[in-house]
Design a protein around this ligand. Sequence first.
Ligand SMILES: C[S@@+](CC[C@H](N)C(=O)[O-])C[C@H]1O[C@@H](n2cnc3c(N)ncnc32)[C@H](O)[C@@H]1O
Length: 241
Amino acid sequence: MVHGRFSELGSIAADNGFRQADSILFDFGISSNQVDDPERGFSFRAEGPLDMRMDPNSTLTASQIVNEYDVAELERILREYGEERWARRIAQFVVARRPLRTTRDLAQAVEAAIPRRAWPRDINVATRTFQGIRIAVNDELGEIESGLRAALSTLKPGGRMATISFHSLEDRLVKSFFNVESKDCICPPQQPVCTCGHRATLRVITRHPVRPSEAEVAANPRARSARLRVAEKLPTPDPSP
Ligand SMILES: C[S@@+](CC[C@H](N)C(=O)[O-])C[C@H]1O[C@@H](n2cnc3c(N)ncnc32)[C@H](O)[C@@H]1O
């Protein structure tokens, strides 16, 4: 067990004798222990500090983003990482209500910003805002990109990497990484001659993401959005084809 970041996987593996790993499993996202602890500030259901750090040693908190970022940057975070279509209005309401101190303050700002008739029926109205800010606080997408690249170089040829994603942004990153790494030439299609020199390094095992069974979702509703993808590292290509 090593306390570290996905982006440090390469050095952590090397430092612990995992130079040629047989397999690597990523279980992305947030854990129930974190969501269910109000003091971590991840949940809009319970009152807690605006924290949302997955690693309490890291510096950036949700409070800094909510209370210091300008409307444009807040809007970008909510739109890109929260996929929130009311991003601009929520950003304006958050700025107008500063200082926000608790998760409840943030949830109330979102509730005030979105007209009641436009509230989603299947998820809480603040879900996307909390997801967006959480991803920004923990640089979750940047960490996944670096982690996947580090995993590729840490795997032995024939080794497999598996990823479990919980929302579309994570799954999209994995899908495109597997897609690119399973191709030789990645030049734009209209380019007549290949100049990229790229060679495939992965073979995708799961053509479609594996979803939890009904029995699994019944036993663990939080698994409902989980998507498993697997790829195998190809033998090192012969340098002189
Ligand atoms: C879905 S939970 C894993 C749950 C665990 N597999 C279990 O069965 O209990 C994801 C975990 O990854 C951690 N995590 C998220 N981003 C990370 C990163 N960039 N580097 C290291 N750990 C990260 C989170 O703090 C969280 O504890």
